[in-house]
Design a binder for this molecule. Structure first.
Ligand code: NAD
Ligand code: UD1
Length: 339
């Protein structure tokens, strides 16, 4: 069993990963500045696991806090989720994104090096494949230029980590390229809690279903896809959380830097999401077709064979589970953690 520092552990993917870590018997220390989350998620994680974790409210750019954590706890590995993730906002305030996501990551890696902790799992994104690769995307394809500043920060941190591990063989790094995380824990106690108007499809759909938004705007229906709407690879957040445990186990006795796609390998269209959500949950989602969103590709799904083979990871949940669990969370928490 390992003692794991989880940066950004109060957030959507982080909270689900903390729960799976505790359930598997690991010890967890969370560092989060709560800029996009609430400590309530961690209270619920601990209640669900019937176990405790250590929470430090602070910023990954704060070297003093990082040193304190590494001095107080015998950390074996770090799972690094902390960062800003809103694509549109990253175009408005790029320096905030460069500072939190790139400078913040460097600050964390420096503290890890001082503490001689060299095992790391990093949250990357399928966005690093850029626009020209054709799905199914595999890890041997060249990365492209992401269409926005958020994606650019992911690409830069990936490249920094590749160079770091090439220069110093003590590092052992997993770069996980997530496809589209959706869903929530079966209990409905933890889930995605976006602030303001959601950018992403799934929280938008659930907010329409719960009456917080009037209708779904489907961005484009003239793509070269079976029904004309955008195709993505949706992955249940609990499956994604478990991929981090598999990557952690893989890294505990290996060196170097390795990339894995974390997706189901299934391409699902926007209309399929909407229609299946209605069928599974017995609700209606009013919608309209609007123009394409700038920066969107028609189709993006994973070749996940490397993760299946090398990590011994298998996604367990299908689209219906993802949509039922998203709705269960939203219904029980119409205003997220702010109830
Ligand atoms: P989230 O916003 O829910 O979680 C991120 C957490 O990091 C939040 O709790 C936030 O308060 C914290 N944080 C932000 N900046 C910080 C800083 N400087 N210091 C300390 N804490 C800080 O997002 P999420 O969806 O859980 O995403 C987790 C990670 O996965 C992010 O790095 C994100 O870019 C990446 N990712 C997410 C998706 C997705 O669709 N959700 C897809 C690909 C990659
Ligand atoms: C978006 C980001 C990407 C990020 C990913 C996960 C853009 C251009 N890309 O990707 O960088 O890594 O989220 O956070 O923002 N859709 C609608 N109506 C909506 C919302 C979405 O029709 O209100 C459609 C989109 O056009 C797309 C699909 O639903 O076809 C999924 O969209 P979304 O959830 O935003 O994910 P991505 O586009 O894959």
């Amino acid at each position: 069993m390992a003692k794991v520092l989880v940066t950004g552990g109060a957030g959507y993917i982080g909270s689900h990963t903390c729960l799976e870590l505790l359930n598997a018997g690991h010890e967890v220390v969370v560092l989060d500045n709560l800029s996009n989350s609430s400590e309530e998620s961690l209270h619920r994680v601990q209640a669900l696991a019937s176990k405790t974790l250590d929470f430090v409210q602070g910023d990954i750019r704060d070297q003093k806090i990082l040193d304190q954590i590494f001095q107080t706890h015998q950390i074996d590995a770090v799972i690094h989720f902390a960062g800003l993730k809103a694509v549109g906002e990253s175009q408005q305030i790029p320096l905030e994104y460069f500072d939190n996501n790139i400078a913040g990551s460097i600050s964390l890696f420096q503290a890890m090096q001082r503490a001689r902790v060299f095992k790391l799992v990093f949250s990357s994104s399928a966005t690093v494949y850029g626009e020209s690769n054709i799905s199914p995307l595999n890890e041997d394809m060249p990365t492209g230029m992401p269409t926005n500043n958020y994606g650019y920060t992911k690409l830069i941190v990936e490249q920094l980590l590749q160079k770091l591990s090439a220069a110093d063989e003590r590092w052992s790094i997993a770069l996980l390229r997530y496809f589209n995380p959706v869903g929530a824990h079966k209990s409905g106690q933890i889930g995605e809690d976006p602030q303001g108007i959601p950018n992403n499809l799934m929280p938008y759909v659930t907010q329409v279903a719960v009456g917080r938004r009037e209708k779904l705007a489907v961005f484009g229906h003239d793509y070269d896809t079976p029904d004309g709407t955008g195709v993505r690879d949706y992955i249940h957040v609990v499956d994604l959380a478990n991929a981090h445990l598999c990557a952690l186990n893989n890294r505990l006795d290996t060196q170097g830097c390795r990339v894995w796609n974390i997706g189901t390998g299934n391409g699902i269209s926007v209309l399929q999401v909407k229609n299946t959500f209605e069928q599974v949950n017995g609700v209606t989602i009013p919608f309209e077709f609007v123009a394409r969103r700038e920066g969107d590709v028609a189709t993006c799904f994973a070749d996940n064979t490397r993760a299946l083979k090398e990590l011994g990871w298998t996604p367990k949940y299908g689209l219906e589970d993802m949509l039922a669990d998203s709705w269960n969370w939203q219904k029980q928490n119409p205003n997220g953690y702010r109830d």
